[in-house]
Design a protein around this ligand. Structure first.
Ligand code: NAD
Length: 276
């Protein structure tokens, strides 16, 4: 079954399931992305900080999937925030990807102590109005960071990509996004493949549907309306993670998975992460 699209607040459509390549070494990235494209993925999520944009570009160049059928996301690294630096970093990323236009560009982290978000976001608005990117969004932004951008520029991010999985379900932030027309995208949707995938509740839901733990966790996200970008370098898992469109959880399953929230992040806290 084909991967459905979601429509962002700027009218751009984006596949609801894509392929993430964080921590995929440069020399393994081309093969992993090629497997994902062969398995039907059309959206790829990379970042300047992942140091594998060139390998993503090589996989895209070698694939026979038409460019217009692909949705490519990359992210501006913290050290490149600021108006001029953002414009230069965008050119570098696009050249590495071998593309003349990007689908989605994200500010990777707000780094609030550095105070560069608004200048950075003005450069994003310029890239958007110049037609160099189809959609602009952010990552790891808290409500106050989002409000600051909108108040200063009037440009509402299309997407906020945040840590989200059943152990950290971001109920309040998702509600804020809904009110402001921002699409929620989940990073580490599988909880980085750790304890979440061996959790008893997850196993019970998986057994009930005769599916794997990863598949029912991805279904939970999809049924919340979240965009997911699971990562794997193993071809069988890459295919398994995209094979989630021919079954559905019931309300009870969704509630059971939502009930696993611990309130604890696996990754950094955006309010205090200021690394550049
Ligand atoms: P994930 O939740 O996607 O988990 C990936 C891990 O889960 C794999 O390394 C593997 O160990 C395991 N796994 C994957 N499929 C499996 C399966 N079917 N069965 C069993 N185990 C399986 O974690 P992630 O890579 O951290 O997140 C996904 C993507 O999100 C990243 O690749 C990246 O693109 C993005 N991301 C963004 C940020 C950000 O700050 N914006 C931070 C982290 C990740």
């Amino acid at each position: 079954t084909a991967i459905p699209n979601v429509t962002l607040n700027d009218g751009v459509t984006m596949p609801q399931l894509g392929f993430g390549v964080f921590q995929v070494p440069d020399d393994e990235t081309k093969a992993a992305v090629s497997h994902a494209l062969a398995a039907g993925y059309r959206s790829i999520d990379t970042a300047a900080a992942y140091r594998n944009e060139e390998a993503v570009g090589h996989a895209i160049a070698e694939s026979d999937v038409p460019r217009d059928d692909l949705f490519v996301t990359t992210k501006l690294w913290n050290a490149d925030q600021g108006y001029d630096k953002t414009l230069r970093a965008f050119d570098t990323s696009l050249a590495k990807l071998g593309l003349d236009r990007l689908d989605l560009y994200l500010v990777h982290w707000p780094t609030p102590a550095r105070g560069l978000q608004v200048e950075t976001w003005k450069a994003f608005a310029k890239l958007l109005s110049d037609g160099r990117v189809r959609s602009v969004g952010v990552s790891n932004f808290q409500p106050e960071h989002l409000e600051q951008l909108v108040d200063a520029t009037g440009v509402v991010p299309s997407v906020n990509q945040v840590e989200l999985h059943p152990f950290f379900n971001q109920a309040a932030l998702r509600e804020f996004h809904t009110r402001h027309g921002i699409t929620t995208e989940a990073w580490s949707p599988l909880g980085q493949g750790g304890e979440l995938l061996s959790d008893r509740t997850v196993a019970a839901v998986a057994a009930k549907h005769d599916r794997t733990p990863a598949q029912v966790v991805l279904r939970w996200h999809l049924q919340l309306g979240t965009v997911v970008i699971p990562k794997s370098v193993t071809p069988a898992r890459i295919a398994e993670n995209a094979d989630v469109f021919d079954f559905a959880l019931d309300d009870e399953d969704v509630a059971a998975l939502s009930g696993l929230d611990t309130g604890k992040r696996l990754g950094p806290d955006p309010d205090t992460f200021n690394q550049a």
